[in-house]
Design a protein around this ligand. Structure first.
Ligand code: NAP
Length: 254
């Protein structure tokens, strides 16, 4: 059994997007274990319900974050839980293999709508409530938000945008006591590769290749990554803002 961080979110309300699988599921369950009331967001209701089955403090909110009205509805649902919002975790995201020769405007727009626009609209809608609690935002980027990724340049660019939003919002909101940080995981066991539409043989090959390039010799687990989302959001982490923490078994250095 992996260990989680002993952080305390008692009385806090936390939104985790992409809570129906992988890193988001582990984060939602981690926040709930640490005392938070959690709103888990994603498109698949049944996947969210599987996440929520682990803890009575997780409420599900099925929504497609690419839809224009989704952000306001998510924040309203969170405020409906206990009348407050302390943490927004922008974790929902997608990856896509899309070499330059094969890009389409629809493919690029779909990536940016989910990885850049949705976190922005959620943060905007959350802002009055985060001001009230002096809360924080954690954006989930990727090692490839600051390393090139041949064959998936627009995924990498969307995460680079999220990292720059993180630094800029941190400065913009610092005077209001709102902290904004990002976590940049390396290759982590989740549904991300399958969700990108890759056949299972290709997924297994990519996983083997990634593990062989990671200095610590393996891909990460969702709980290992979620632990650091909790640490960045931890109300006792009072002086950390505008940072992008890479968590990738040393891949960034290799
Ligand atoms: N796994 C990795 O190797 C890795 C590495 C670096 C960064 N990351 C980042 O980590 C984050 C979490 O990914 P993961 O690895 O845990 O992959 P995952 O299991 O595929 O999780 C992504 C989540 O986002 C949700 N989602 C996708 N499209 C959505 C939409 N339009 N509206 C609402 N929710 C949506 C999915 O749920 P539904 O399909 O039900 O909507 C899913 O639960 C992503 O931002 C990803 O880019 C992952």
């Amino acid at each position: 059994m992996e260990q989680r961080t002993p952080v305390d979110f008692t009385g806090k309300t936390v939104i985790v997007t992409g809570a129906g699988s992988g890193i988001g599921r582990a984060a939602a369950q981690g926040f709930a274990d640490a005392g938070a009331q959690v709103l888990g967001v994603g498109r698949r209701k049944n996947a969210l319900e599987e996440t929520a089955a682990a803890h009575p403090s997780i409420t599900v909110h099925p929504a497609d974050l690419r839809e224009a009205t989704a952000a306001e509805a998510v924040i309203d649902a969170a405020i409906g839980l206990r009348g407050r919002l302390d943490v927004l975790v922008n974790n929902a995201g997608a990856t896509k293999v899309m070499p330059l020769a094969e890009i389409t405007s629809e493919g690029m727009a779909a990536l940016f709508d989910l990885n850049v626009t949705a976190p922005s609209l959620l943060a905007r809608a959350a802002l009055p409530h985060l001001r009230a609690t002096k809360g924080s935002v954690v954006n989930v980027s990727s090692t490839y938000g600051h390393r090139p990724l041949p064959g998936a340049s627009h995924y990498a660019a969307s995460k680079a945008a999220l990292e720059q939003l993180t630094r800029t919002w941190a400065l913009e909101l610092a005077s209001e006591g709102i902290r904004v940080n990002a976590l940049a995981p390396g290759p982590t066991e989740s549904e991300a590769l399958a969700a990108a539409g890759l056949p299972s043989a290709a997924v297994e090959q990519i996983k083997r290749d990634e593990a062989s390039r990671i200095p610590l010799g393996r891909r990460g687990t969702p709980v290992e990554v979620a632990t650091w989302i909790l640490r960045l959001a931890d109300p006792s982490t009072t002086w950390l803002t505008g940072q992008v923490l890479t968590l990738d078994g040393g891949l960034e250095l290799a």
